[in-house]
Design a protein around this ligand. Structure first.
Ligand code: AMP
Length: 444
């Protein structure tokens, strides 16, 4: 099956070709024809299944082929997401898919000034990606009207309810035109989600796909706490100790990729790197050599690794944690596929604690920490768990200063010495305001 046989138009096929998507994923194969036919959808699909393209591609096609031009302060399609990170990520994907279409896209979320968002909405946007709270603010301030809305997408609906957005969703529901297409995506289908679906959807088609790369049981995941400056040394140590053959390594930045590759090559280790600054042909060559086992270690940024068609790998290393928690699932989904077991090791330093916390909250698990002898960090990584809490240990009382100072070295041991970003989780804490649910809230 190809994207062309699913009935997608040429400008979308061209965008997919650039992105290197060759075959539709199962959720795409089911969702695309159904959405093009105007059906409502209730899809059990997690991050990593390709669900974003599953709703975005047919949505873009419908908006291109049908309907009036967008009016001022209006949106023709609305994609609701639980977090700012997901909203940004979904918007980035939608914008990539829409690159050859005459459509406008925009993302709005809280935590930033509302004024530029109001300005941007003046001309109207075809596709608006939004978090629920900010959407309501914009609506109440008359910056956004929803009477032109054709399609509503609820992305990660279960997480929206988990994060306490049920009241906001009920409000938004009242703001929507009755005649519309609604697509609901959720990893889980609790009673609350079914209730929401019952109210929002009209004769929906149900789709269920087995997740391609859930933070799966088949992937053994753990974290090695380490000081930032010692990460390269620790990485080399772990590779040598484990006699690792093929490893995909993720670094946060392009410079990070280059620095690690230089270091590894300097040590005679067979490594190569891919990132957005490198021409496509160079990236492809590095990837081909990695696949052919001519390169042992491939270091990549998230963007460069997107859509990489790599067979199952035994080990993925997060040299840096991803800024967007969902990327963690994409990253580790490169291992433990098709029933194989895999490993995912994350090297985590103290100032990545909020990212660690966001990942644990997203994957609903506390990652095991394993100290590597001789690499115990001087800057402690504060405790975290799946609730999104970062536990700071109380500061040890300072010893009276010996004459001559020299206190700086001691201070460095403590997380509140200024080495760590403040513990503001990147995902909103849980608020429980059941509104759709008429009965008592069920324990998940
Ligand atoms: P999602 O589940 O939508 O977050 O997508 C997971 C990842 O798979 C993203 O990095 C997408 O760019 C990538 N992706 C989605 N569909 C395809 C496809 N048909 N072929 C290759 N990569 C894809």
């Amino acid at each position: 099956m190809t994207f062309a046989t699913l009935g997608l138009i040429e400008p979308l096929l061209r965008a997919l070709e650039t992105l290197g998507y060759q075959t539709p994923t199962p959720v795409q194969a089911q969702a695309i024809p159904a959405v093009l036919a105007g059906r409502d959808l209730m899809a059990a699909a997690q991050t990593g299944t390709g669900k974003t393209a599953g709703f975005a591609l047919p949505l873009l096609q419908l908006l291109t082929m049908e309907g009036p031009k967008v009016a001022a302060n209006s949106a023709r399609a609305l994609i609701l997401c639980p977090t700012r990170e997901l909203a940004e990520q979904v918007h980035a994907s939608v914008a990539e898919y829409a690159q050859h279409l005459p459509l406008t896209t925009y993302a709005v979320y809280g935590g930033v000034s509302i004024n530029p968002q109001m300005m941007k909405l003046r001309k109207g946007v075809d596709i608006l990606v939004a978090t629920p709270g900010r959407l309501i603010d914009l609506f109440r301030q008359n910056a956004l009207k929803l009477n032109q809305l054709q399609t509503l997408v609820l992305d990660e609906a279960d997480r929206m309810l988990d994060l306490g957005f049920s009241e906001e969703l009920a409000n938004i529901y009242r703001m929507l035109p009755k005649k519309r297409q609604t697509l609901l995506f959720s990893a889980t289908f609790s009673d609350d989600i079914r209730l929401l679906a019952g109210q929002m959807l009209n004769d929906p088609l149900s789709i269920e796909v087995s997740p391609r790369n859930v933070a799966a049981n088949t992937v053994k995941q753990w974290v090695v706490p380490v000081d930032k400056k010692r990460k390269p040394e620790l990485f080399v140590h772990l590779m040598r100790k484990g006699r690792r053959k093929q490893v995909l390594v993720f670094a946060k930045t392009r410079n990070g990729v280059d620095a690690l590759v230089d270091k590894l090559q300097g040590l005679g280790i067979n490594a190569d790197g891919i990132h957005g600054d490198k021409p496509q042909a160079t990236r492809q060559r590095a990837l081909d050599r990695f696949k052919a086992s001519e390169v042992q270690i491939l270091v990549a940024t998230d963007v460069a690794a997107r859509g990489l068609d790599i067979e199952d790998l035994p080990l993925v290393v997060n040299f840096d944690l991803p800024i967007v928690a969902e990327d963690y699932i994409h990253r580790i989904g490169r291992t433990g596929r098709a029933g194989n077991t895999g490993e995912a090791i994350s090297l985590v330093c103290a100032d990545e604690v909020n990212m660690l916390s966001a990942i644990e909250m997203l994957t609903r698990q506390t990652l095991t920490r394993k100290m590597e002898p001789d690499f115990e960090p001087e800057h402690r990584v504060p405790d975290t768990d799946a609730s999104g809490q970062v536990v700071k240990k109380p500061k040890k009382p300072k010893k009276p200063k010996a004459s001559g100072g020299g206190g700086k070295r001691n201070l460095g041991k403590w997380v509140d010495s200024g080495e760590v970003a403040p513990a503001e989780p990147s995902i909103k804490p849980v608020r429980k305001v059941p509104v759709f649910n008429t009965g008592p809230r069920k324990k998940k």
